[in-house]
Write a protein that binds this ligand. Structure first.
Ligand SMILES: Cc1ncc(COP(=O)(O)O)c(C=O)c1O
Length: 400
């Protein structure tokens, strides 16, 4: 008897229904492949929303985790541990920034960025007390806290969670004139995803990010790049901003930083920005814990080789070429960069959810978003043959 149906029912019975997962129950994984409780294998084309850029259970990351589990797992930041400085120094070097502040989840990194920007605004820029404002983009996704959903434009994410945190101005994504017009003397930061993942892997116009950088510099406003999903190799560069030669004032990182093993997030910035925080003003019990640092340092070392960024470029070309071949054959549009793609399915054919269910039946796991869009973000360890396999399965699903 198959174990999946009862396992799905059990999960539904005992948890809040804040997700609508595909009816698949995974029990083990390696590299780009998942195995379910009934022994069926699936090619992972979501990679934990890019939290698994290095694949499932990358040997170097597992080794680092095991070694650390056997020595020391938690101290809190009340004491310094021996994994902490290496992690901060090496991640800072990868980012080209002086300082790193480790947290746990992506949303915490975003909250940290907002707090730092506000404090910087009052203490360095000289914004009047209580007046700090941050410009954000329509279609953003930065996490789920009450402050972050306050400036979401997705009603599912936002409705009935008020009262909302003030101090944010929303402008259309990709529109530099609108962003420029929204900046005034109280603006402390512009907070953007360099590519909007949750929105369907939306790539802004080519001159947008350089324009944002220029305007932020001219107007003495911090440019905060939320690279939680786009960063750490996903797009074929260490950071999505790199493609445009843009260096933000603050990087927000998460997801892949934890190697798919532990939640690790971080803010990286120079001392003139992150230096505004003093003892007692911000923190987290688990942020920067020894296990997290040991794994994340190994992640930084994997990225420092450039191998994963190269794979993303080369394999991404193959993925996008394959997907472009399906335009007019069930797909109406394909966007993205590197091993990251947003596909719009012809809504007359099926919804994104239906497409993902049919892909699942064919042994490929992906995730829909916003009606008829599917996101593909396979682990960067995926092979050419596996990409061809995923594209072939998608073609078969679209053929019906
Ligand atoms: C761009 C971006 N920022 C922030 C987050 C929030 O990260 P977390 O779910 O770890 O809080 C996400 C998660 O999808 C994201 O894609």
């Amino acid at each position: 008897m198959l174990r999946t149906p009862s396992a799905v029912r059990d999960a539904e019975r005992h948890t809040a229904h804040n997700y609508h997962p595909l009816p698949v129950v995974i029990s083990s994984a390696e590299g780009a492949w998942l195995t379910d409780v009934d022994g069926r294998r699936y090619l992972d084309c979501l990679a934990g929303y890019s939290a698994l850029n290095f694949g499932h259970r990358h040997p170097k990351l597992i080794e680092a985790a095991h070694a650390q589990l056997d020595r020391l797992t938690l101290t809190s930041r009340a004491f310094i541990h021996d994994q902490f400085a290496d992690f901060c120094r090496e991640l800072g070097a990868l980012c080209g920034k002086d300082l790193v502040l480790p947290m746990n989840t992506g949303a915490e990194a975003v909250e940290t960025g907002i707090k730092v920007a506000r404090k910087w605004g009052y203490q360095v820029k000289g914004v009047a007390p209580g007046q700090a404002n941050i410009v954000v983009a329509e279609g953003n996704f930065h996490g789920r806290t009450t402050t972050i959903v306050s400036f979401s434009t997705d009603e599912d994410a936002r409705a009935d969670f008020g009262p909302y945190t003030p101090g944010f101005t929303v402008v259309p994504y990709g529109d530099l004139d609108a962003l420029t017009a929204a900046i005034d003397e109280n603006t402390v930061a512009v907070l953007l995803e360099p590519i909007q993942g949750e929105q369907g892997v939306v790539v802004p116009p080519e001159d947008y990010l350089p324009g944002v950088r220029r305007v932020c510099t001219e107007r003495n406003v911090l440019f905060i790049a939320d690279e939680i999903q786009s960063g750490l190799g996903r797009t074929g560069a260490t950071f999505a901003c790199d493609h445009e030669g843009v260096v933000p004032d603050m990087y927000l990182l998460g997801k892949a930083l934890g190697g798919g093993i532990v939640p690790v997030s971080a803010v990286a910035a120079n001392a003139d920005v992150l230096g505004v925080l003093k003892p007692g003003q911000h923190g987290s019990t688990f942020g920067g814990n020894p296990l997290a640092c040991a794994v994340a340092t190994e992640v930084v070392r994997l990225l420092a080789t450039g191998e994963f960024q190269r794979r993303s470029v080369e394999l991404g070309e193959r993925l996008h070429a394959g997907l472009r071949g399906l335009i007019g054959k069930g797909l109406v549009a394909v966007r993205g960069r590197g091993l990251w793609a947003g596909l719009d399915i012809d809504p007359a054919l099926m919804t994104g959810r239906e497409a993902c269910e049919r892909l699942m039946e064919r042994g490929v796991l992906a995730k829909d978003t916003h009606g008829s869009t599917i996101r593909l973000a396979p682990p960067l360890v995926i092979t050419e043959e596996e990409i061809d396999h995923a594209v072939a399965q998608l073609a078969a699903v679209l053929e019906g």
